[in-house]
Design a binder for this molecule. Structure first.
Ligand SMILES: NC(=O)c1ccc[n+]([C@@H]2O[C@H](COP(=O)([O-])OP(=O)(O)OC[C@H]3O[C@@H](n4cnc5c(N)ncnc54)[C@H](O)[C@@H]3O)[C@@H](O)[C@H]2O)c1
Length: 248
């Protein structure tokens, strides 16, 4: 019950890491605001949470690329009380193409969602948290936000950007009682990765010294720790959670 009476917003909570994180926060007593672009997936997550605790949680639609959606999302959160924790998890991959073959449209989707969308969410979240002088923000970056891999340049650029945004915001917010940190997962076995051919999955597993991919639940537990008072001195950090990938 670590998060009892706390309101926690999770973007992109309709699947994968976001859904697992919503379930973990709810298990620890939080009231979760599930948000996603995909309403049926978001409602499905909400159904899972409310099956355990009827009516405790809410779903709010938001496409984080749309400024008006983000503004309405945070207004909706504040109608429930303070915004104690925000997990900026919504993200979009890009197709595996060479640098010069990535398109403008794809750049807008991947960078527009991951970098600009996260930035917009953070602006609104920080404004709300400053008013009460406390809060915790966890952003989802990636190990490719610390070192590049080929054929995913818009995604790499967006995730390097999220690490930068995290540190820039953390410096400005620490004295106001708001902690901003990010998590850099290795490859996590969510839908997109599970759909890859066996050969690709084998290659991915081989990149991780631990000899397997991560689970969404392992990321969820790290996010909960990062957001909690147990991590009260953690400010502007990027935590790698990658089975040893970045230790090589
Ligand atoms: N799975 C991995 O291996 C991995 C590794 C490192 C980092 N990450 C990051 O973790 C986060 C979650 O990844 P995942 O694997 O669970 O992905 P996922 O595709 O399962 O979930 C992403 C969710 O974000 C939502 N979303 C996409 N665009 C959105 C938008 N514009 N507005 C609102 N919601 C939007 C999707 O509908 C989906 O529910 C992402 O930021 C991703 O980049 C994932």
């Amino acid at each position: 019950m670590q998060f009892l009476n706390k309101n926690v917003l999770i973007t992109g909570a309709g699947s994968g890491i976001g859904r697992a994180t919503a379930i973990e926060f709810a298990r620890r007593g939080a009231r979760v605001v599930v948000s996603d672009l995909n309403d049926s997936d978001g409602q499905a997550t909400l159904g899972m949470l409310n099956a355990a605790q009827s009516g405790a949680h809410v779903y709010l639609h938001a496409d984080i690329r749309r400024d008006e959606d983000v503004a309405k999302l945070i207004e909706g959160c504040l109608r429930l009380g303070n915004l104690d924790v925000a997990v900026n998890n919504a993200g979009a991959p890009c197709p595996p193409l060479l640098f010069e073959d990535q398109t403008d449209a794809q750049w807008d989707i991947t960078v527009g969602t991951n970098l600009r969308g996260t930035w917009k969410c953070m602006q609104h979240e920080i404004r709300a948290m400053r008013k009460v002088g406390r809060g915790s923000i966890v952003n989802l970056a990636s190990v490719v936000g610390l070192g590049a891999l080929p054929a995913m340049s818009p995604y790499v650029a967006s995730k390097f950007g999220i690490v930068g945004l995290t540190k820039a915001a953390a410096l400005e917010c620490a004295a106001a009682g708001i902690r901003v940190n990010c998590i850099c997962p290795g490859i996590i076995a969510t839908n997109i990765v599970n759909a890859l051919p066996d050969e690709a999955k084998k290659m991915i597993v081989g990149m991780h010294p631990i000899g397997r991919m991560g689970d969404a639940e392992e990321v969820a537990r790290a996010i909960c720790w990062m957001a909690s008072d147990d991590a009260s001195f953690l400010v502007g950090a990027h935590l790698t959670l990658d089975g040893g990938y970045s230790a090589q």
